[in-house]
Ligand binder design. Structure first.
Ligand code: F6P
Length: 356
């Protein structure tokens, strides 16, 4: 029996999306009779009916390609159940497109928001399979998401390269790593890059503790590197309501947390500081070998699930195995760094300051 599969990429792009799309497609062509429909720009394309019938050739030559050949967009989950500016009920529109395309399954590649909407569509009766992508590595139930290792390599290289300038000039340089809620990328690249302090959203900091660590280091080495996640917050901010915290940030003279920390350190201990924000470079370019393999393995498992008609799940890496979890079990519960995490403990044991 021929199966019609819709596939979309949603949320922020990341390296490995095309490798995953290719993995699903190549396995599906091998395993059963299939027609694949590429939905453009994430859930936006499903809402607007923007898609294309794909040919087998379109999945060739994309393994190493960054970004996504299907395009993507951010569609916040909270707005999914709201009527849009054109009076369109988004959930009904997505169901309509699914039916019009006579899909047997929809494969959604995305992060936490994407998985919440995937779960919603699954509860609405659509056959959905999720695939965990994000440089943030914050999807529950999978050891790693694809995109994470590539971003970790990029962020590590940034920290490596910053070392020479920090050393030559005897400066303290604060490198701001992506991750608004989850500190995985900062934690791993901070350790890999030899940062002296790692500041992440899950462990609120006190600037006095960072200043003390930098001063202590100044006595032995003349430079310091601080890796800070973009969503890092102080102990006081952590005690506030989200809205209150956002208003405080808006009123702040600093355009980023790294600028704020570097300025505060200069004021407090007179150290010469700079900040560096590599930003979206961390999401750019070709996926690393690990992500290519992971995306391919996850893609193959997604195709196997379609063959076996197992839906309402998302594929995952569990130790050495590729497996799947129910969407309802993971949607809406991001995987954050626990302060008692053993990687945090390892970093603390070698003297890395977390600001707590
Ligand atoms: O979720 C991936 C991510 O890169 C986060 O680390 C970051 O906070 C966010 O996306 C940035 O989003 P945008 O590309 O929409 O500015």
């Amino acid at each position: 029996m021929k199966r019609r599969i819709g596939i979309l990429t949603s949320g922020g792009d990341c390296p490995g999306l095309n490798a995953a799309i290719r993995g699903v497609a190549r396995a599906a062509y091998e395993l059963f009779d299939v027609e694949i429909i590429g939905i453009h720009n994430g859930y936006g394309g499903l809402i607007d009916g923007d898609y294309q019938e794909m040919t087998r050739e379109q999945f060739s030559g994309i393994l190493t390609l960054g970004g996504t050949i299907l395009g993507t967009s951010r569609q916040p989950f909270r707005s999914m159940t709201e009527v849009n500016e054109n009076g369109v009920d988004k959930v009904s529109a997505m169901k309509k497109t699914y039916k019009k395309l006579r899909l047997d399954c929809l494969v959604t590649l995305g992060g936490n928001g994407t998985h919440r909407t995937a779960n919603l569509l699954s509860q609405e009766g659509l056959n959905v399979i999720g695939m965990p992508k994000t440089i943030d590595n914050d999807i529950t139930g999978t050891d790693y998401t694809f995109g994470f290792h590539t971003a970790m390599d990029i962020a590590t290289e940034v920290i490596d390269r910053i070392h020479t300038t920090a050393n030559s000039h005897g400066r303290c340089i604060v490198v701001e790593i992506m991750g608004n809620k989850a500190g995985w990328l900062t934690l791993y690249s901070g350790i890999a890059g030899g940062a002296d302090a790692i500041i992440i959203p899950e462990i609120p900091y006190d600037i006095k503790n960072i200043a003390e660590a930098v001063s202590k280091r100044e006595q032995r080495n003349k430079f310091s590197i601080i890796a800070v996640a973009e969503g890092a917050m102080t102990v006081e901010e952590a005690g506030m309501k989200k809205k209150e915290r956002e208003e405080l940030r808006k009123a702040s003279p600093y355009d980023s947390v790294s600028r704020r920390i570097s300025n505060e350190l200069t004021k407090m201990i007179g150290v010469d500081t700079r900040n560096c924000v590599p930003g979206h470079i961390q999401r750019g370019g070709s996926p690393c070998a690990f992500d290519r393999v992971l995306a391919t393995r996850l893609g193959v498992h997604a195709a196997e699930l379609i063959r076996d008609e197992v839906y309402g799940v998302t594929v995952a890496l569990n130790g050495k195995d590729i497996t799947h979890n129910k969407l309802e079990d993971i949607a809406g519960s991001p995987k954050l760094v626990d302060k008692d995490n053993n990687i945090v403990a390892t970093a603390k044991t070698i003297g890395i300051c977390f600001g707590d």
